[in-house]
Design a protein around this ligand. Structure first.
Ligand SMILES: Cc1ncc(COP(=O)(O)O)c(C=O)c1O
Length: 395
């Protein structure tokens, strides 16, 4: 298959040497786990060296500052000060923290109780599960279906959000389809109807330029596994500052204390900043790793990463269409992020056969999921499509 070279920012391919994984595989699975950069490994080594040399005093000499720098990094990538960020080990814990603060609201704020949480069939399971687990508290979860398997129209949210709705919890980008939601439109809807909007931005952060304040959302969560190239162990939570002041978590830990190092067991004075929603000792090695990934994202810039990633996805769609493959993706570049799927009744053997040929992709129910990132070449995309075309032609 010919190699089209339409993707912008060819110069980014100079970063390929930073990612050893790319030398060994055709890695097209960043939406599952971003490749490890050399800068991440170097930061992890830095952590290990400090631990070896300093023991516990590494906390005061380095690690507390490193955690603050990570909050700054996360603030930078979503357009807010680092002081508004709460660190969490994963999105589920971040959700648990904020859900604990919302529980009193579920009990009602007037004649009609706001007991409902709305999510969608395309959202990541932890988003629904967090509130399904609260059914004993009277929380009811409504799951909106997707009419086309790609998106959920704003009108469907409009029809569902009413005076019983406490919260809409949904993704900035859907994790199976890569569709970008109209978050600002959703925020307006929620505000008009007195519901809060929580957005899971895992598939957007580092890939879609974001100004969280301008989006008008109430709560924003994300993490480093994918488009921040930071591996497992790091997520974060942002709340609109007025909401952060108004809410009090009922699940907490000593990192949320305003006077953490007073060690006063009988007094809980919450931090006024984002740390109000933190828990216990963070995964410090993961924080170092994440800072390595973030340094690359900061160096390149989210706009440039976005442009190249979108172009590679467009190329994949074009080649798959030309090969007659059943593409399931948003066609409009403005509403697609880093994921393109090809339908397959039984995706697992196709994923396994691609692995045999050196390509790493993923299976999700009914699809083979591709997610080329800024570090992929046009040739890799073309070759992977050619392999799938060959495999599907055999069936
Ligand atoms: C959209 C989305 N949300 C959340 C997660 C992960 O959640 P957690 O950090 O709780 O494991 C993922 C991927 O792993 C995801 O794609």
């Amino acid at each position: 298959m010919a190699t089209p070279s339409s993707a912008r920012h060819h110069e980014l391919l100079r970063y390929r040497d930073e990612f050893p994984l790319l030398a060994a595989t055709g890695y097209l699975n960043t939406c599952s786990l971003g490749a490890l950069p050399a800068s991440g490994r170097a930061k992890l080594d830095e952590f290990l060296g400090q631990w070896d040399r300093l023991g516990a005093s590494a906390w005061y000499r380095h690690w507390i500052d490193e955690l603050a720098a990570l909050r700054e990094d996360f603030g930078w990538v979503i357009g807010c000060p680092g002081s508004e960020i709460a660190l969490a080990p994963n999105v589920s814990v971040a959700l648990a923290s904020v859900a604990s603060a919302l529980d009193p609201m579920h009990r009602g704020d007037g004649a009609v109780k706001r007991t409902r949480v709305i999510t969608t069939a395309l959202d990541f399971p932890t988003l629904g599960h967090q509130w399904l687990a609260r059914a004993p508290l009277g929380v009811e979860v409504v799951v909106l279906p997707s009419p086309d398997g790609l998106t959920v129209p704003l009108e469907a949210f409009a029809a569902a959000i009413d005076e019983r709705t406490a919260l809409v919890a949904t993704g900035h980008v859907y994790f199976t389809t890569g569709a970008v939601q109209d978050v600002a439109g959703l925020a307006t809807l929620c505000r008009e109807r007195g519901a809060l909007l929580l957005v899971d931005a895992y598939q957007a952060t580092g890939l879609i330029p974001t100004d969280v304040g301008a989006l008008g959302v109430d709560i924003y969560v994300s993490g480093t596994l994918k488009w921040l190239f930071g591996g497992p162990g790091n997520a974060f939570l942002w709340l609109r500052p007025e909401l952060r002041e108004a809410l009090t978590p009922t699940t907490t830990g000593w990192f949320s204390s305003a006077r953490q190092f007073d060690f006063d067991v009988g007094e809980l004075d919450f931090a006024r900043d984002g740390r109000k929603f933190e828990m216990g000792t963070p995964a410090v090695p993961s924080a170092f790793l994440a800072r390595g990934g973030m340094s690359l994202v900061r160096e390149i810039g989210v706009e440039v990463i976005h442009e190249r990633t979108i172009d590679l996805g467009t190329q994949l769609i074009r080649l798959a269409d030309a090969a007659g493959l059943p593409v399931r993706a948003v066609r409009d570049d403005a509403h697609r992020a880093g994921i393109v799927a090809i339908e397959a009744d039984d995706p697992a053997p196709i994923v396994a056969a691609l692995a045999e040929e050196g390509f790493v992709v993923d299976a999700r129910p009914g699809v083979v999921r591709f997610s080329p990132a800024f570090y992929n070449t046009e040739q890799e995309v073309a070759d992977a499509v050619a392999v799938v075309a060959r495999l599907l032609a055999r069936h």
